[in-house]
Ligand binder design. Structure first.
Ligand code: ZN
Length: 411
């Protein structure tokens, strides 16, 4: 997707903001002699931004607007190293809310809806992002935050919630709980807006069927506003993103060269109008592709495919690059399995091994199924894993993100 003249002008404005400030990137750009962009060639010469830069800028080094104009910070959790802090001006907060409002509209959600928000509130961008957009839309918000399934369900019933916002893992947990308690007829949900993790068709189908709702995938990351910079539509073919707020490129994660529309690669995002902490060519490490052509819904907003994984999730096993998604796609062809699985990679006697745990109930022949999966995985990725089928419900469920790949080689 080529950058438009309008987007170039906006990127140029962002660069002016940066170099006129004392911020981390302002200094970096001045040192590199970057003064602006006029053409796509200029743009493609700009350096990439990395998560590590953001950590180096801790605590407020990214702040590009005067402090008087900063109204809020958000932070992405750092499991390793320093956290990342993103400052927002009032306009940034408003722009984010506007993008999120657009997401709800794309999902056919209106001000007559009652929206139950289960992602967490606080330093991170999840709960409050869902909330800002919903308030801008004029819907009634039930700001639950995560956990306490008992209370989630009673509020859902008593308040007749029509929209559930959640991570897909938590939506699945709630769906299973509703099924188990036989309270489906007391639930008024009609739509679900789920995000923040990659999830398979099978999990989607289960949530959709068990809750009887239409579901939408939301995209976003704390570094660039938060969730709400894109969402899937009724045609369920990728996610539209808001190209008036961001410019999105897909690059080869190894060579960092742009790939053609339709080819898979890493998402790189430039903000177009952000004041508090503009980011230019930020490497998200999310893998996707531009979906060429226009969507059947008629929207002119461009689309990316659902996230295939993270470029840093790529597992190198016996010298072969493997993505969790490839394994997942094989597993999805086995209808007797649940949506849950776990992949363990370890190093044994000088060799890499992969163990895959999947779930089935008593109607499946566990040994035979394991053999068939192993054979199919081998034909897909070139080597044979050890497959173990366990009882449905044995693998861990999570209220946040479910960890599916456990690499024991570096422990
Ligand atoms: Zn569409």
């Amino acid at each position: 997707m080529h950058i438009s003249d309008e987007q170039l002008l906006k990127v140029n404005d962002e660069i002016q903001r940066l170099i006129n400030s004392d911020s981390f990137y302002g200094k970096k750009y001045r040192e590199a002699g970057i003064t602006g962009v006029r053409t796509e060639e200029d743009f493609l010469r700009l350096p990439f931004s990395e998560k590590q830069d953001l950590r180096d800028a801790y605590p407020l080094g990214l702040m590009t607007a005067p402090e008087d104009e900063i109204v809020r910070i958000h932070s992405s959790s750092g499991t390793t190293g320093r956290p990342v802090i993103i400052p927002y001006t009032a306009k940034d907060v408003d722009d984010w809310g506007e993008q999120f409002r657009r997401c709800y509209e794309f999902a056919g959600i209106t001000k007559s809806d009652r929206i139950q928000i289960t992602p967490g509130y606080g330093l991170w961008t999840a709960g409050i992002g869902f909330q800002n957009g919903a308030e801008k839309l004029g819907a009634l918000v039930v700001p639950m935050g995560p956990g306490n399934t008992e209370k989630q369900l009673s509020m859902m019933i008593d308040l007749e919630t029509t929209v559930l916002c959640a991570t897909s893992s938590y939506a699945l947990l709630l769906a299973e709980e509703i099924e188990k308690r036989g309270i489906r007829d007391q639930i008024h949900l009609r739509k679900g807006v789920f995000g923040s993790e990659r999830w398979g068709e099978k999990m989607r189908a289960r949530i959709k069927n068990e809750l009887g709702i239409q579901i939408y995938d939301i995209y976003g990351l704390t570094e660039i506003y938060g969730p709400g910079i894109g969402i899937s539509c009724d045609y369920d073919c990728g996610m539209h993103y808001w190209d008036d707020f961001i410019y999105l490129e897909i690059v080869d994660p190894v060579t960092l060269e742009p790939v053609k529309d339709g080819e898979w690669g890493e998402i790189v995002i430039s903000t177009l109008v952000k004041e508090g902490a503009p980011l230019i060519r930020y490497r998200t490490h999310d893998l996707s592709r531009i979906i060429p052509g226009e969507c059947e819904c008629g929207s002119k907003f461009p689309r990316i495919d659902s996230i295939m994984g993270r470029s840093d999730d790529m597992m190198k096993i016996k010298g072969v690059n493997v993505f969790p998604k490839q394994i997942e796609e094989v597993l999805q062809t086995f209808t007797e399995l649940s949506s849950e699985y776990q992949i363990h990679i370890s190093h044994l006697d000088g060799r890499d091994t992969m163990r895959i745990y999947v779930e089935a109930d008593g109607r499946a022949d566990f040994l035979r199924t394991a053999e068939l999966i192993a054979a199919k995985v081998k034909s897909r990725i070139g080597f044979t894993p050890i497959v173990k089928v366990v009882e449905t419900g044995v693998l861990p469920r999570s209220e946040k993100k479910t960890k599916r790949v456990i690499d024991e080689r570096y422990d």
